[in-house]
Write a protein that binds this ligand. Structure first.
Ligand code: TYD
Ligand code: MG
Length: 445
């Protein structure tokens, strides 16, 4: 065995916590004795490539097939692409195996699907399959964890789709380290990716992630695979979100929404309806944001609680938002909105466990914060979106008209939107206030 520093590339005879060459920590990885090149691995479909002028290569449309689960197809960019490798990461117990078993049922209606289980026994998988009503003839099961043996089973007749649950349990005999170690995970995945490209089989890899997202596993795979999906969910909430964070065949940040029931995962095709917790009466500290997840607008409630702080350094807590952005927004609110919060604790939460990654949430956050601070509720039928700049200006965000239509669809009456985001002629049924600065927005309330 050899070891190599990931940072500087130094070769070492044995593992060390710190690289003696460059001094970086935690960067020594085991590498295979012979870095077996793909051409020698000899999987079906592997040929020596030749150099061609780009202009002469005929473009090939990716062949997509619906998985039969609409929300999963949505995050995949419209279906499963042949020969693509999809990594599904998420906390243990979130529902990865459940989703893939349901997907294999749908795929197994027309073609053969192999579900390789390394974590559960075939009996356990069967028990779950019974509960989920999976009876399709095309679904096959294999309990095996050695990559070479798995691929050997498939040399003659590769299935349409291969599901590997999970990548942490797989190992290759090219390495001596334990299954689940970074080098094993990476080398096993590399072999599988090569095989998938060679045979045109679509592969799902399941990967567990810890809360820090740094566990030996999925993170090191992200650059190898075509698509990375993250399975998220709030503890205690039955809703599950599947987010595409990388997709060579579609849009990223696309969001699929599911409900975990005792009959498995059910699709939620109209997620605004669930994230938009409706209050009977207006309450202070709540603002309705029209955000966008991938190609779909989504209405969510942003809540804020502002309270006098006993601490010298008041707390700023952001759940579902970037905490640094919250600090910046509070500074803007003080300077350009005249709301002093230096002696106040500020908590902001996005309802339903949604994680907002776009700046269009800025205005909603500030309106919720101000509403809580002043103890004055916002209108129940008001929705907002818009990005804030440091000089208090409100900037337009992508896809304004889509957001406005979504608001109208969900019965909103008034929207505060950045100038430049409103289509000519407005949107039927909506009273839209176009604003250029934070001050205009606050006065417009
Ligand atoms: P699972 O798919 O095993 O999670 P993962 O593979 O990500 O570790 O899901 C396990 C959880 O889902 C478990 O806590 C039970 C729950 N569950 C249901 O609520 N309903 C169901 O029909 C199934 C199959 C699981
Ligand atoms: Mg599982």
């Amino acid at each position: 065995m050899r070891f190599r520093c990931e940072a500087c590339g130094a070769q070492l005879p044995k593992w060390a916590g710190r690289c003696p060459e460059c001094g970086a920590w935690n960067c020594i990885q085991e590498v295979p004795e012979k870095p077996a090149p793909a051409s020698r691995a000899g999987y079906a479909g592997m040929e020596t490539a030749e150099i061609l002028p780009l202009a002469r290569i005929p473009p090939e449309q990716a062949v997509r097939r619906a998985t039969g689960i609409g929300e999963l197809d949505r995050v995949l960019g419209g279906g499963l692409v042949q020969g693509s490798v999809v990594l599904i990461g998420g906390d243990p117990g979130i529902g990865k195996s459940t989703l893939l078993l349901q997907a294999s049922a749908a795929l197994g209606r027309e073609a053969s699907v192999l579900y390789v289980t390394g974590e559960e026994s075939p009996q356990q998988v069967s028990l779950r399959a019974h509960r989920l009503g999976v009876r399709e003839k095309g679904v096959h099961l294999l309990a095996e964890t050695q990559v070479e043996r798995i691929l050997q089973h498939l040399t003659d007749r590769p299935p349409r789709a291969l599901i590997l649950d999970s990548i942490q349990t797989l190992f290759t005999d090219r390495l001596e380290s334990a299954p689940g170690s970074v080098s094993q995970v990476r080398e096993s995945a590399a072999q599988i990716v090569r095989w998938a490209k060679g045979t045109g089989t679509a592969v799902f890899l399941v990967g567990h992630v810890t809360k820090e997202g740094a566990l030996a596993g999925p993170r090191v795979l992200e650059h190898m695979v075509d698509t990375v999906l993250y399975f998220e969910g709030e503890p205690g909430s039955p809703y599950r979100l599947v987010r595409a964070v990388k997709n060579r065949f579609g849009a990223v940040n696309e969001l699929g929404v599911f409900l975990m029931t005792d009959q498995g995962l059910k699709e939620v095709p109209n997620p605004s309806a669930i994230f938009l917790a409706r209050h009977d009466r207006p309450v202070p500290g709540s603002a309705i944001l029209i955000t966008r997840e991938g190609t779909r607008p989504l209405m969510v409630e942003v809540q804020a609680l502002v309270d006098e702080s006993p601490l010298a350094n008041p707390r700023r807590v952001a759940l579902g938002l970037d905490p640094n952005r919250l600090s910046m927004l509070l500074a803007v609110l003080h300077r350009h909105g005249g709301v002093p919060l230096f002696d106040q604790d500020v908590f902001v939460n996005v309802v339903g466990g949604v994680r907002i990654q776009e700046t269009a949430a800025d205005l909603a956050v500030l309106l919720a914060v101000r509403s809580s601070y002043r103890d004055v509720p916002l209108d129940l039928q008001l929705a907002v979106f818009g990005e804030l700049g440091l000089s208090g200006e409100i900037r337009p965000v992508p896809n304004g008209p889509d957001r406005l239509r979504e608001a109208a669809k969900h019965g909103m009456k008034r929207v505060i939107a950045p100038k430049g985001n409103v289509p000519k002629g407005g949107v039927a049924g909506l009273e839209i206030l176009e604003v250029r600065t934070l001050r205009e927005a606050l006065e417009g309330l």
